[in-house]
Design a protein around this ligand. Structure first.
Ligand SMILES: C[S@@+](CC[C@H](N)C(=O)[O-])C[C@H]1O[C@@H](n2cnc3c(N)ncnc32)[C@H](O)[C@@H]1O
Length: 243
């Protein structure tokens, strides 16, 4: 009978092999592109609130929240609040921790539904641009002394995400993560974003690549990419390896 450590080593080796399977990687990317044509990320909800995510990423976030045991999850980009409710529900089950969401435009009906939700007592929201100085100051105030897990899911242009990374990653300490969603835009056809300022060459993945050239504190969690295969955040799960 093998020990748990042996099992984990075997599992890690199997995942690494999967990550190197060019056929599977190609199929996964093709499947992703095809599913995005159907706006697949809009198909789901969490405890009644629409969540703009792929189910694989929802499972990935559950693993990270359990692993990191954050006191505070900071997420830029609220939309309908599904992801705030998701993280709040994990934290509620775990017993500790709060979620702080930031959005430039919190629609009245979304705010009302989030505030009336059974998870509302774990959720705080700030309306304003995530790169606005006053907003950043409020987030730092809320995060003082807390173990922070950071999630970036707002404006997906290179410039905006790079600025968010510069502003907010000081909150993230060794063992925690900065998760950058929608890096997958880099692998999508340009015509997939006719009405958006982002696209291939200008998106969260190009921002992550530029950010990683400026710091030794973060590295891409390649095992996460290898095991998910289907994700909006390839190379976007950034593990903090030094304070
Ligand atoms: C992709 S949605 C967020 C989805 C949400 N995290 C979820 O998983 O359901 C992006 C959100 O970012 C917001 N946003 C756009 N620009 C922003 C900015 N400069 N600062 C903060 N939020 C912004 C939009 O209003 C929109 O609600």
């Amino acid at each position: 009978m093998s020990s748990q450590a042996d099992d984990m080593q075997l599992q890690a080796a199997a995942i690494a092999r999967m990550g190197e399977d060019a056929g599977l990687n190609d199929l996964s990317r093709r499947w992703f592109r095809h599913s995005a044509e159907h706006k697949y990320s809009y198909n789901f909800s969490w405890m009644g609130r629409p969540i703009i995510q792929y189910p694989q990423d929802i499972v990935a976030m559950q693993e990270l929240v359990w692993q990191v045991q954050p006191d505070l999850i900071v997420e830029t980009g609220i939309a309908h609040g599904g992801s705030l409710v998701l993280y709040a529900s994990f934290l509620k089950l775990m017993g500790e921790g709060r979620v702080l969401g930031i959005d430039i435009d919190i629609r009245a009906h979304n705010r009302a539904a989030i505030e009336a939700h059974p998870m509302a007592d774990r959720i705080d929201m700030i309306e304003g641009s995530s790169i606005d100085e006053a907003v950043v100051a409020r987030v730092f105030e809320a995060a003082r002394g807390k173990r922070v897990l950071l999630v970036l899911d707002s404006n997906h242009t290179h410039e905006h995400v790079l600025r968010e990374l510069a502003l907010y990653t000081p909150l993230v300490k060794a063992g925690s993560y900065a998760v950058v969603f929608d890096t997958v835009v880099e692998w999508m056809p340009a015509e997939a974003f006719p009405d958006r300022p982002w696209g291939p060459g200008n998106n969260p993945m190009t921002a992550v690549e530029a950010f990683l050239k400026t710091t030794d504190r973060f590295e891409v969690d390649t095992q996460m990419d290898a095991k998910l295969q289907i994700s909006v955040a390839p190379k976007g799960f950034l593990r903090c390896i030094a304070d």
